[in-house]
Ligand binder design. Structure first.
Ligand SMILES: [Zn+2]
Length: 217
């Protein structure tokens, strides 16, 4: 990881070239394992990742009689990033030879707004576990391009984000991750460092909300 540098990112002040690279990196990361969010069928909403390329090439990029569409369009990702990475957010990019190869971001959010965003009840549980906090640190996406994984790049960015949260006086970190059908890398990793399960999405959803006091991390 000696050639990797880490830079703070803000959608408001970044050069267009960096933002465009960030969008590309985001789409590339989520098209790969374990997300497989590359192309989807606009009719049945099934989706496939880059690893399924031979199969979907054999279908000529069609499903249910219609052409597949991108899971994450550039416009959608750009609008999400501009909406979520505001001045209060903490966002870090990993660069290799001036190319964006990883990203990590999060932001302070009131518990009420977070409940709305995540579509699940967590306020009582947060109160029970961590006392009265009106604002928590929401730890949004972390992603690293496949060839750069397992080099502690994600860990470094998460630590930089953590420092930002603590400097902002935030005490509780919240993250949404996947427990089933297979625990994601982040699920295992956050559990190992003491994050607790605050809520599970109902049915077969498989996603969970984890939380931890940030002060003694
Ligand atoms: Zn379909």
């Amino acid at each position: 990881m000696k050639d990797i540098s880490f830079v703070r990112y803000s959608a408001e002040t970044a050069k267009a070239e960096i933002t465009s690279q960030f969008v590309d990196c985001y789409r590339e990361v989520f098209a790969e394992t374990p997300w497989h969010e590359w192309l989807k069928c606009p009719k049945c909403q099934k989706y496939w990742g880059k690893k399924d390329r031979p199969l979907i090439e054999s279908w000529k990029f069609n499903h249910c009689g219609v052409e597949m569409v991108e899971f994450w369009t550039k416009d959608q990702v750009l609008s999400d990033l501009q909406h979520e990475i505001t001045k209060k957010a903490s966002c870090w990019l990993a660069l290799h030879q001036e190319k964006v190869v990883g990203f990590c971001y999060g932001y302070p959010i009131t518990i009420n707004s977070l409940e709305k965003k995540l579509g699940i009840e967590i306020s009582e549980k947060i109160k029970e576990q961590f006392g009265n906090n009106t604002t928590v640190a929401y730890q949004d996406d972390v992603g690293v391009l496949t060839p750069y994984r397992n080099k502690k790049i994600a860990k470094t960015m998460v630590n930089l984000r953590l420092k930002d949260f603590i400097n902002q006086g935030l005490r509780v970190g919240i993250v949404r991750t996947r427990e089933k059908p297979e625990p994601s890398v982040t699920f295992s990793w956050y559990q190992k460092i003491g994050y607790e399960i605050l809520a599970r999405y109902p049915g077969d959803d498989g996603r969970v909300i984890l939380g931890r006091n940030l002060e003694d991390l």
